[in-house]
Design a protein around this ligand. Structure first.
Ligand code: SF4
Length: 491
């Protein structure tokens, strides 16, 4: 997609607005763009009282220009120019394509942050919903969803002590690669052969991480072992990793200890027994859909029956909370198949049910996805998401955390639902940036959060397992210094 912005406009922000209307687009210079690609031209000027933005969008032989003026006293986002650009974009996109994104001009990953901030400042839920709909063009349905979530989160966050943190441990291996995967996860035989070496290094880093946390006098509230699929590790490897965690923190004092067992084909009774005996309190067993044809098409290499068996084993294991994930919008899955999955899943009553929307990797995938759902009508995936959310609520679940990703089909969201009292706390702490998350392993990013939660620094690990194994002492020391400096000077 061709995008031209005037100097003072944040290009990344303009790109995220483009993606609301042209999901999966890549941005390049005008001369490299093929004929017929969408174009956006964005400019803004400061006026005496605020900012005036003009956006021209062109696609399919049509072109629309819209101008919007925003006064300085904008309430929800302090930057008038940003709001003016967003609103001009919204008007142009609506006029050109007939689309009104349900999240309005909200482009960020964390839509609940704004609602949470407003609630913490003393606004009522009605006032927050009204600001979201009037000032940011969020639909009343999405404004209600996000305000409900923020109000649950507010109660949970109020109990978080100072000088607390969480720990994330990354196992970036999976038995096969799902077609929609955008994580750093490896599934080839050659790469899976390095799991022993990876584990060796990881265990060393887990020990160091807990040492750092002790030096900083922080209390660990949650530990989350994610990936990838941690249960790709065999029983011996898994026991070794969990043993390391147990030697370094009093697991019984944690609020939550999660292990993702995402792929049912990696779960067995023995592994679940090891998890339970190691103090794991929450496990995620996923299928994404109960339609075998769709499972095969997306490369998951397990059947619905295998999921149901794994779920049953997890239920019997004694682990307190079972989460399961669904994805709306998978290629080839329309409303009938998806709603059937939702109904069957709710009958199983997992404590947590996370309803995702497919994230597409490119504009071409988006086209394919639309063709795949045959119904194709725009709105099909939205109908699936609405159905799943309403069914979960009717069955007694409450929405407790939310995030959005770039390029989700129809700009929809991912929402975690829980039976009351079983909320996945790590998810809330991580998504709302409540305290530092110390992350260990390939692809993991530690996020350091200041006491007042206003300053955040990220410390990156190498992305891929091979790079991670080759990391030198110097770089590791740099990372440790960054963490210590943050706590000395910023926290
Ligand atoms: S299970 Fe998750 S991490 Fe692994 S390939 Fe599938 S989407 Fe990616």
């Amino acid at each position: 997609m061709k995008l031209t912005v005037s100097n003072n406009i944040n290009e990344y922000y303009a790109q995220t607005l483009c993606l609301l209307f042209f999901p999966g687009s890549r941005f390049s210079k005008a001369e490299d763009e093929p004929e017929g690609s969408p174009c956006a031209d964005v400019s803004a000027l400061e006026t005496e009282n605020g900012a005036e933005a003009t956006v021209t969008l062109s696609y399919g032989g049509k072109s629309v220009t819209k101008t919007y003026t925003e006064p300085v006293c904008a309430n929800l986002i302090s930057d008038a120019e940003r709001i003016a650009v967003g609103k001009a974009f919204f008007a142009a996109g609506k006029a050109l394509l007939g689309i009104s994104p349900q999240w309005g001009i909200l482009t960020g990953v964390r839509p609940s942050k704004i609602a949470l901030k407003e609630l913490c400042e003393g606004k009522t839920k009605t006032e927050v919903k009204s600001s979201l709909t009037k000032e940011l063009f969020v639909t009343p349905k999405k404004a209600s969803l996000v305000t409900d979530i923020a109000s649950i989160e507010k109660k949970i966050i109020a109990k978080v002590p100072e000088r607390s943190c969480s720990v994330y441990i990354s196992i970036p291996f999976c038995p096969s690669r799902c077609s929609y995967c955008s994580f750093v996860s490896v599934a080839s035989k050659k790469l899976l052969s390095i799991t022993d070496e990876y584990l060796e290094r990881l265990i060393n880093d887990v020990e160091k991480c807990f040492d750092t946390i002790k030096k900083l006098d922080l209390r660990v509230l949650t530990v989350y072992i994610g990936g990838g699929t941690p249960t790709t590790l065999d029983e011996k490897q898994l026991a070794r990793l969990l043993d390391t965690v147990n030697k370094n923190v009093d697991v019984s004092s944690l609020e939550e200890f999660t292990v993702e067992a995402g792929r049912p084909d990696t779960v067995n009774e023995e592994k679940l027994r090891i998890l339970y005996q190691s103090g794991v309190t929450r496990v995620s067993v996923n299928t994404q859909t109960l339609n075998d044809d769709v499972l095969e098409a997306i490369g998951r290499r397990h059947t619905a029956k295998q999921f149901l068996d794994a779920f049953e084993l997890a239920k019997k294991s004694g682990i307190k909370i079972i989460n399961t994930d669904l994805i709306a919008g998978l290629p080839g899955e329309g409303f009938g198949s998806f709603s059937d999955t939702v109904e069957r899943m709710i009958k199983l009553m997992p404590e947590n049910l996370t309803i995702h929307t497919l994230c597409i990797k490119s504009a071409a995938d988006y086209g394919q996805q639309l063709r795949g759902v045959k119904a194709s009508a725009r709105g099909e995936v939205s109908k699936c998401v609405d159905y799943a959310q309403a069914s979960a609520k009717n069955a007694g679940y409450i929405p407790y955390y939310i995030y959005r990703q770039k390029n989700t089909v129809e700009n929809l969201e991912n929402v975690g639902f829980s039976l009351p009292g079983t909320e996945g706390l790590y998810n809330i702490y991580m998504m709302e940036e409540i305290h530092s998350i110390f992350a260990v392993g390939a692809g993991a990013v530690s996020k350091l959060v200041s006491r007042d939660r206003n300053k955040i620094e990220r410390v990156f690990n190498f992305k891929y397992p091979f790079e991670y194994l080759k990391e030198d002492e110097e770089r590791m020391a740099e990372r440790d210094k960054k963490i210590m400096d943050f706590y000395e000077k910023i926290y």
